[in-house]
Design a protein around this ligand. Structure first.
Ligand code: SF4
Ligand code: FES
Length: 362
């Protein structure tokens, strides 16, 4: 059987042709949209990832053309390769929908519901997963796990209580850096991500563990508690970096760079790894060549922050009368006269670009 042989696989009634050896998950991503199962541990750029979280479970209702028997149990789509003539059900299977709700409940057993203070809120895959596939309540009545605090160096914060043991950060450290200083210690309920003898993770590329972490277990210390991601404007930018491609996403408010991350695709995966210097040390707009607004294609609250061609860059065409059923307003106030926040001689509408904190009284 040659590597280039194409297999036909039908997922949620949509047929696609993929090379032999492709996983069901990757075949489903080729179709896109809701047909692609959610993935909390699989990461196409990390060898060996997948098979840990079970969020990608699907039903194989027909094994293949040669052996059409269905698979007896739901299978992890990230770890099951397609067969020619295979038929798979994802969102069209009530069994899958039910099992996924169970997996979400399971992942949330020990996860603290601290989204209001978690830096990952708004771009957390577990948060999105719970909204889309979870149930309202939990049946768990026991105390949640707690851990001893670990110091992961000057740039990275570990909140072990939020970790869902997806192993992505371990693979990232293993495959991207020359030495791995952290891993999973202990087993079962006691399993935890830890650095051996509390060593700092000081490798040039270790910051990428923040981007691969699907939850808020690994966050950027230079950004912690500074802003909510949905208030920030993502911009594509690059610089001439000797260590990495220098292609990043800047998260700005006005001209202030709050955070630098790698660019992520529609599945939330990093497109190109970036170095620590770009991520943590280049926080001036002047450090970067701005390419333009970044569209966040993931279905999440942060994609609400799109501003390319929208409010803020385009003047509305409607007049008061048009939006007010033909009536004129009784009272019109000038924000400069009444606001205690604005500086009266700074006209926000006349600023070339978005306003930032310097344009307001403190
Ligand atoms: S810290 Fe994050 S990336 Fe690492 S195993 Fe836990 S959830 Fe996964
Ligand atoms: S994404 Fe398949 S098991 Fe986690």
């Amino acid at each position: 059987m040659s590597d280039t042989q194409l297999f036909k696989v039908t997922i949620d009634n949509i047929t696609v042709e993929v090379p032999a050896g492709t996983s069901i998950l990757e075949a489903a991503r080729k179709i896109g949209g809701d047909v692609a199962p959610p993935a909390m541990c699989f990461y196409s750029k990390l060898k060996g990832s997948g098979g840990k979280c079970r969020t990608c479970l699907v039903e194989v209702s027909k094994g293949s053309e040669k052996d059409p028997r269905p698979m007896p149990k739901l299978v992890a789509s990230c770890r099951t390769t397609v067969m020619d003539g295979m038929e798979v059900k994802n969102i069209t299977s009530p069994k899958v929908v039910d099992a996924r709700a169970g997996v979400v409940e399971f992942l949330l057993l020990n996860h603290p519901l601290d989204c209001p203070i978690c830096d990952q809120a708004g771009e957390c895959h577990l948060q999105d997963l719970s909204y889309e596939h979870g149930k309202e309540g939990t049946r768990y009545e026991f105390q949640r796990r707690t851990f001893k605090k670990h110091d992961l160096g000057p740039y990275i914060q570990l909140h072990m209580t939020r970790c869902i043991m997806c192993f992505r950060c371990v693979y990232t450290a293993d495959q991207l850096t020359s030495k791995r200083e952290h891993g999973v210690l202990d087993r079962g309920d006691h399993a935890e991500i830890a650095t051996f003898i509390e060593k700092s993770l000081d490798n040039d590329f270790i910051g990428n563990v923040i981007d691969v972490c699907p939850v808020g277990a690994l966050t950027d210390k230079t950004f912690r508690f500074k802003n909510r991601v949905w208030f920030l404007k993502p911009l594509n930018a690059h610089r001439d970096c000797p260590k990495c491609s220098g292609k990043v996403t800047l998260w700005n408010r006005g001209d202030e760079v709050y955070r630098v991350t790698a660019r992520k695709d529609e599945w939330g995966e990093v497109e190109e790894w970036i170095c620590n210097e770009c991520r943590f040390e280049k926080k001036q707009t002047s450090d970067w060549i701005i390419e333009g607004p970044r569209e966040i294609s993931r279905h999440s609250v942060i994609s609400q922050g799109h501003y390319a061609g929208k409010i803020g860059t385009t003047l509305p065409t409607e007049t008061f009368e048009a939006v007010n059923d033909g009536r004129q307003p009784h009272l019109l106030m000038d924000i400069h006269d009444v606001s205690k926040v604005n500086i009266p001689d700074v006209h926000l509408s006349a600023i070339n670009g978005p306003s930032h904190s310097n344009n307001f009284k403190d």
